[in-house]
Every structure is written in structure tokens, then in C-alpha cells.
Write a protein that binds this ligand. Structure first.
Ligand code: GTR
Length: 336
């Protein structure tokens, strides 16, 4: 926009004021009107990862439906720090949105513990039905008590163990191994239950920890194992598929409350549409990553899951002692 010096100064003052409030990221004018907003959303993964691609697509839908009034800027590749940091920024209102795993939220939003439990979902279909139905709606509501609005849930496949020592066929094979887990007390407890030593490192530090031998292994889905290059230092991938911890698109409650009802529904609709996009992209990427890992010579072994289920089950009781969480667990189990 062109204008004389006083106008430019006035705009700069307004911009500074709004940013200081932590509410607006960018105020522009032009075809989109005087208060177009660019919402910043953080993601730990690189540009080609399905979550980032789904957010880019969501941004296109949002811009189209709001005639450019709301746009998304996807800050991928940990530009805004590790997941735990982006969660804190969103909570404080300093960052508009973040796409994160539920695990690093376990200490903040107690309800996220339940879908993060080992072996709680029977299949991807079971997970989808839970997240898409009334349980998902109630789960989303729980976030609002903690400074967030949960706009969408994504699934991120099953997580399995990988390490640099030997194939894991039985829980006893994990004894004494140092295994990286997500930053969550539940994740650490799961590893201890298997007799291994947990190292709760941020995602961005796992590759170097594997490379330098600080840890013997970690656990994750195929796309992350491949994309973060963990496979270069851990050739044994054992199909425990012990966890299907979902992911969530968080919005700052402060930003949300500041949006008009029309903009809130535009954001919700675009987020909802991104769930379908993400599921398609995810399935493609899982297949591609698995094939790439086979071609890279990774030694994959099947696992009899029963002893792993038995060894990890005690953490269920410990982490769902609260009756509210126990009820949520029962509802998830009862879901068809
Ligand atoms: C990935 C997930 C990331 C991050 C990472 C981790 O599967 O998509 O958001 O949580 O795992 O292990 O930290």
C-alpha cells in the first residue's frame, strides 16, 4: 500500500501494538481488506512430509474460502523450535498454531495420555473411528481448559522400535538398551516397563544421539524413521507397533477468541478438510518409506506382540488412575 510518512508510521505503530498483544502476526491491506491475517503454524517435519503438505493444502483452502482474509504460513523443519517449545508458544499466544504429537502434551492435557497408551488402538480404522466420533469431540474439548483449541486430529501410523544392536523379538531383548522416547512421563514409563533405559530427547536431537552412540535405539513410524535419517544408525527395525499416538493441530486460545465466528468456522472447515488430505498422503508415504527402508538394507523382523502387551499393560493402570481418564479408556476400548 502506498501512503505518506504519517500513514506509514501509524501503520507501524498499529502493527507493533498488535504483535505485542501476541495476537496478530501480520496485518496487511489490499484486496483482502484491512485486517487480513497470516497465521503462523509450526511443524517439526521438513517441507515434503505429509503433515506439512496437509497444512500447506489447508492454507490454500483457507485463503480461498476467506478470499485471502486468512492465510497460513507453515514454519516447518523446526523453525520455531522443538515440539515442546512450540506447544508452550501456542499456549502463551506467541505462536498461532502448531501441529504436534500428543505425547509431549501428556503432562499438560491429561486426557491426551489415554490415546497415547501402548496398544490402546486395535487398528488404524479403530483409531479413525475414535477420533472422528463423539470421543474425538470430547477429547478436543479437553484442550480448551488448557489454553488451546484442538482443530484437527491426524493419525501417524504405528510406532515400532529400532536399534543398532540386535533384532528385538521379546521384551527381554530390550533389557539395558538406552532408548529415546518422546518427552512424556508415559513414554518413559513404557520403556522402563520393558527393562530399557529411557532417554527423553527432543526429536531434533535423535539422529545425532544415535550417530554418536549416546542411545542404542528409538521408536517411531516408517516415515519419521526414514525422513529423519535414523535408519542410517539403527539397522534393526522390529515391528512391535506398540503405539499409535495421534497428532493434533493446536490453535492458541487467545488467537481463537479474537477471531470472528465466520473466521472460526472457516478455520475449522479448512482443518477438517486437511484430515482427509493427511490420511491419503500418510498412506502413500508409509508405503514409500517402508519400501525405501527395505531397499536401504534395514533388517525388519516381525514380533509376537503378546509379551509386549503384557509387559506394558501395567502402565495403563498407573496412568489412568484418575476416574475421568479411566472412563475415556473404557470408551475407546468399547468403540467398534
Ligand atoms: C513423529 C511425529 C512428530 C514427533 C516425532 C517424535 O512421528 O510426527 O510430531 O513427535 O514423532 O518422535 O518426537
Amino acid at each position: 500500500m502506498r501512503g505518506g510518512a504519517p500513514l506509514v508510521t501509524a501503520r507501524a505503530v498499529l502493527w507493533g501494538f498488535l504483535c505485542a498483544l501476541g495476537v496478530l502476526t501480520t496485518v496487511t491491506s489490499g484486496t483482502a481488506g484491512a485486517f487480513a491475517r497470516e497465521l503462523r503454524v509450526a511443524d517439526t517435519h521438513p517441507a515434503d512430509y505429509p503433515t506439512v503438505q496437509a497444512l500447506e493444502q489447508m492454507g490454500r483452502v483457507l485463503a480461498e474460502h476467506t478470499h485471502g482474509r486468512l492465510t497460513l504460513k507453515v514454519l516447518h523443519s523446526r523453525l520455531m523450535g522443538e515440539e515442546a517449545e512450540t506447544i508452550q508458544h501456542v499456549r502463551a499466544g506467541a505462536l498461532d498454531m502448531a501441529r504436534v504429537s500428543m505425547a509431549p502434551l501428556n503432562g499438560l492435557v491429561p486426557e491426551t495420555v489415554v490415546p497415547s497408551l501402548p496398544f490402546v488402538f486395535r487398528s488404524a480404522d479403530h483409531l479413525h473411528r475414535v477420533l472422528d466420533g463423539p470421543i474425538g469431540t470430547d477429547l478436543a474439548r479437553a484442550f480448551e481448559r488448557h489454553g488451546f483449541v484442538a482443530l484437527a486430529f491426524y493419525d501417524s501410523g504405528a510406532r515400532s522400535f529400532y536399534n543398532s544392536r540386535h533384532p528385538l523379538r521379546h521384551p527381554s531383548d530390550l533389557k539395558g538398551l538406552r532408548v529415546r522416547v518422546q518427552q512424556s512421563p508415559l513414554a518413559e514409563a513404557m520403556i522402563r516397563a520393558l527393562g530399557a533405559v529411557p532417554a527423553a530427547l527432543p526429536y531434533g536431537q535423535v539422529e545425532v544421539a544415535l550417530r554418536t552412540g549416546v542411545i542404542d535405539g528409538a521408536e517411531n513410524n516408517w516415515p519419521s524413521f526414514d525422513s529423519a535419517r535414523h535408519f542410517e544408525h539403527a539397522q534393526f527395525y522390529s515391528l512391535t507397533e506398540h503405539s499409535m499416538v495421534p497428532e493434533v493441530l493446536l490453535v492458541s486460545r487467545r488467537l481463537w477468541d479474537d477471531l470472528s465466528t465466520a473466521d472460526q468456522s472457516a478455520l475449522r472447515d479448512a482443518a477438517r478438510a486437511s484430515v482427509g488430505t493427511m490420511r491419503v498422503l500418510w498412506r502413500e508415504r508409509e508405503d514409500k518409506a517402508r519400501t525405501a527402508m527395505v531397499n536401504a538394507g534395514i533388517l525388519i523382523n516381525e514380533v509376537d506382540k503378546a509379551p509386549f502387551v503384557a509387559a506394558m499393560r501395567p502402565v495403563w493402570n498407573r496412568f489412568t488412575a484418575d476416574p475421568r481418564l479411566h472412563e475415556l479408556l473404557q470408551r475407546i476400548q468399547a468403540a467398534e
